[in-house]
Structure formats: structure tokens, C-alpha cells
Design a protein around this ligand. Structure first.
Ligand code: FES
Length: 495
């Protein structure tokens, strides 16, 4: 079904990489970060080659919420508690600058992505005292960070509201339409964009990136892939999560404009309008990657929530997106690992704003220009006091999956014992096999993630194999959807 953002028509198709391409900068990933960086560098006269594994904007960007804001989804108070007042102000300033940059880009290139300014609401419907206190703290923190924030007790169209925090002058758009527009502008500025070109190997020392059809030779390499491809130490400092979205056909004005986070229900609501059609969008159901509910009802829960609040019944869109939560709550942007390698990762659920900011920071760094924000978000920063708690939690979880997921695997005599419609890891003829019994029949692959050998887990809502360790995700045939894995799950059976 995909995300509602796919209502936009792709007018442009890019070739896959064939043969050798030489560039100053190779960018891996064609989402909002990669395309924005390609545009900035091409405008500055750099030779840019961008490699997208599938289609431009079809990854995390095209599965996002379409919301842009100077605050953060986990609330600025989370950052203030960990980093203090000054850094909180810096974060809000940096993110406000990024939202303004998106607006300027839309205006400059006349990108039709339905960008509009709107408020953000953090809303409470219940009487949870802890949530009420956190809302008070968030109001104080938002004002301290220079945001135009106030308490309100009504959101047009939303019943049952007790109280909410409202922050003015944030924004919404169609993230896919924006990214396609930026990609087109980048190409017109001279960037080379390659689609359907997954990177299979990266030799940072030689500056070579290998795809199925060719090679890019570049002086600098940027991972704009949500989490770096291949092995990178930062992967041990981030927790991968999945969140789900649905969109229902709606009547105009059913819900007031803006981004509405319902804190009690841990989900967000917004509306979207394009070409005279209206939808209402709910995003939520978050869980650690690789720990999806067995019943696969995650999208259904969101549909039920929308049905409870609004007179809707037609749900033409459903999707999911992965997030990578950084151990110290700030994203990792800039040089990491090898001297010519740059990353933009750890965006949590806020990547549509962090992405353009990261593109600006890295574009400055690659041109030797001082950046206001580079040091604050430096990927090489060392923050043990602020990272230790989440780092320990994540790496204990990884160790638990490494060992625990290999225990208690059911033995089967035939792969057909996996029920129709189900995905299971089973032991068959002495080997562990990831089996999906779908409409196309049995699909059997190795359950061992090619990244660092954890066992993948079945996600019934998305019909995917998801790795709980660092967020690689695979289709039932083993092909890579996203994450650090460069290679697919190995096929099972006679070769
Ligand atoms: Fe690292 Fe699977 S993503 S082991």
C-alpha cells in the first residue's frame, strides 16, 4: 500500500550505475539528506555521484511523517535534562534554521510539495500526573529555547482533549515531493544521480564504492543512509526502532492544521491535502526493531484509533519507518571512521529536519567552510557520561539477541509446516532457516544477518525479516530493504 506521499507523480527516472564514474564526492542514499547534499555540492561546482539503492526518496524519507519542527519528537526537555540550557537553545536554533532552509529551497526551486507553516501540539487526553508535569516542563523549556509556545485547551476537530502545549510556526509538507524536487534541482546543477544501484562494497582507503553494475571512484564518501552502511562503531551507539503510519480518506477540515502528538496514545496525527483530496494520517505503534508484535496488528491499531476519533472508514495507505535513537540524544553528523568518510545518522524520529541540517554541515565541511553547528553534532564526539545509560541498554539488548534468539528454535520435518501467511525461523535438516509461507509459496533464506551475524526476526505487519541488533531489514526473498547490511540474506537450499 505504501505511504500517502506516493500520490506525487515521479516525472523523472534515473539510470542505474554502469561502469566507472569519477567524482569528488560519492553520496550513498537518495533521501532528503543525500539529495540536499548533492544539490549544495553541485551548486558549489563539485562533481557529485549519488547512489540510491532503489528509487529517490523511497526509504525513510518517503515513509516519514512529513513534519518539520524546531523542537524534537521526544520533547526538548529530554535534551535539556541531559545537556543543559545552552545546548537546548542550540538544538532549537539549528533545527529552526533547517526548517527555514527547507522553506527557502521550496521557494527558490518552486517545488510543489504542499509546504505550509502550522503549529505543533503536544496533547493530553488523560489525567496522567507525570505526563502533565512533563508538559509543564516542556512549556518552560520551549520558551527558554526561544520557541513561541503556549498552553491551549482545544485543538479544532480533536475531541476529549484535556490540555496541550502549542508551538507556533513549524511546518508540514510532502517529503517525497520535496525530495524529488531537490533531486531534480541537483541534477540540473550537474550532480549525477543513480537509482537501483545498491552499494555492495566500500573501500574507503581507495575511495571506491562498488555496485552490481559499476564503481564510483571518489575523494570523499558520505553515508546519507539513515545509518552508515557496512560496519561503523556508531552502530553500537544507536537503538533501532520501527514506527507505523496509516492514512484515511477524510473530509476537509476534519482536524485542525498542524502536527498533533497525543502523548497518552504515543502517536501523532496530521492532515494532508493534495489535488483536492484530503487524508488524515496517524503515526505510532513504535517498538524496537526485531521485536514486532506477533499478531501483526500494528496498522490495525492505528486504524481503530482514527475510527474512534473521526468519521473515517477508507484507509488506502499503510507504511512503516525505522528510526535510530542516539545514545546521548543528539544526531551524529560529520567525519567518522576513515578520514574521507562522513555520516549523518542518529536522527531518531526527527530526520526531516536533521537531514537538511546535516546536508548543510557536511557541505560546509567538504568545502572547508566553518559551520555553526559542526562541533555540537560532531560524529566523533566522545560523551561517555551522557551516552553510557543508553549505550549499555542497547548493547545488553544486542548481546541478548545474539544468544537468546538462537535458543528454542522449533524443528520441522518440512518447510511447509510453517503455517500459511506466517514467517518463522525453524530448524530444518540441522540448519536454521527463515521461512515465509506466503502467496508466492515457501520462501526460505538464512536467518543470519550478513552485517554482524545476529538472527533476523519476523515482522508480520510488514512481512519483512528485521535484525534486532543494528536495524538491517530484508524482504522474504532476502533482499536488503535498509540498514547497515550490504548483502542480502543468503538463499537457503541447493545452490
Ligand atoms: Fe547488525 Fe544485523 S544489522 S547484525
Amino acid at each position: 500500500m505504501g505511504a500517502v506521499w506516493n500520490v506525487v507523480k515521479r516525472v523523472q527516472s534515473n539510470v542505474s550505475l554502469q561502469g566507472r564514474c569519477d567524482a569528488d564526492v560519492a553520496i550513498v542514499g537518495g533521501g532528503i539528506t543525500g539529495t540536499t547534499l548533492a544539490l549544495l555540492l553541485a551548486q558549489a561546482g563539485q562533481r557529485v555521484a549519488l547512489l540510491e539503492a532503489e528509487r529517490i526518496g523511497c526509504g525513510a524519507t518517503g515513509h516519514s511523517t512529513g513534519n518539520l519542527y524546531a523542537t524534537v519528537s521526544l520533547k526538548l526537555g529530554t535534551i535539556r535534562r541531559k545537556w543543559g540550557d545552552e545546548v537546548t537553545r542550540e538544538v532549537a536554533n539549528a533545527r529552526r534554521t533547517a526548517v527555514d532552509f527547507v522553506q527557502q529551497t521550496v521557494d527558490r526551486f518552486a517545488i510543489d510539495c504542499q509546504l505550509q507553516r502550522c503549529p505543533v501540539h503536544f496533547a493530553l487526553t488523560g489525567s496522567d500526573t507525570a505526563l502533565e508535569q512533563s508538559l509543564d516542563y516542556e512549556l518552560e523549556t520551549s520558551r527558554l529555547a526561544g520557541l513561541d509556545a503556549a498552553k491551549v485547551d482545544a485543538i479544532p476537530g480533536l475531541s476529549g482533549l484535556r490540555r496541550a502545549l502549542r508551538i507556533e510556526q513549524q511546518a508540514q509538507f510532502n517529503p517525497l515531493a520535496f525530495t524529488l524536487g531537490v533531486a531534480q534541482a541537483a541534477q540540473q546543477a550537474g550532480a549525477q544521480l543513480f537509482e537501483n544501484s545498491p552499494v555492495r562494497d566500500i573501500d574507503a582507503g581507495r575511495g571506491v564504492l562498488v555496485t552490481d553494475g559499476g564503481e564510483v571512484h571518489a575523494g570523499q564518501i558520505v553515508h546519507a543512509t539513515h545509518t552508515p552502511k557496512g560496519i561503523n562503531l556508531l552502530q553500537t551507539a544507536m537503538e533501532p526502532y520501527l514506527e507505523y503510519g496509516v492514512a484515511a480518506v477524510a473530509a476537509p477540515g476534519m482536524l485542525g492544521p498542524g502536527i498533533h502528538w497525543l502523548l497518552d496514545a504515543s502517536c501523532s496525527l496530521r492532515t494532508y491535502e493534495a489535488s483536492g483530496q484530503h487524508w488524515i494520517v496517524a503515526v505510532g505503534g513504535k517498538h524496537k526493531t526485531g521485536e514486532a508484535p506477533a499478531n501483526g496488528q500494528t496498522h490495525q491499531r492505528l486504524r481503530e484509533l482514527l475510527t474512534r476519533h473521526f468519521n473515517v472508514s477508507d484507509f488506502p495507505y499503510a507504511w512503516s519507518a525505522q528510526q535510530f535513537h542516539p545514545a546521548d540524544e543528539l544526531p551524529y553528523i560529520g567525519g567518522a571512521g576513515h578520514a574521507n568518510v562522513y555520516v549523518a545518522t542518529g536522527f531518531a524520529a526527527d530526520g526531516l529536519t536533521w537531514g537538511p541540517l546535516a546536508a548543510n554541515i557536511i557541505a560546509d565541511q567538504l568545502q572547508g567552510v566553518a559551520s555553526d553547528w559542526a562541533e555540537r553534532f560532531a560524529a566523533r564526539r566522545f560523551t561517555p557520561a551522557k551516552s553510557a545509560g543508553n549505550w549499555m541498554k542497547e548493547n545488553i539488548a544486542v548481546a541478548r539477541h545474539m544468544v537468546g534468539d538462537r535458543l528454542g528454535i522449533e524443528k520441522v520435518a518440512t518447510l511447509e509446516q510453517v503455517p500459511a501467511g506466517a514467517g518463522r525461523i525453524v530448524e530444518y535438516q540441522g540448519e536454521n532457516v527463515a521461512v515465509y509461507n506466503g502467496a508466492a509459496g515457501i520462501q526460505a533464506v538464512s536467518p543470519v544477518c550478513p552485517h554482524l551475524k545476529c538472527l533476523v526476526q519476523w515482522n508480520a505487519a510488514d512481512t519483512t525479516w528485521d535484525c534486532p541488533c543494528h536495524g538491517s531489514r530484508f524482504r522474504p526473498d532476502g533482499s536488503v530493504i535498509e540498514g547497515p547490511a550490504l548483502l542480502p540474506l543468503a538463499p537457503f537450499g541447493p545452490s
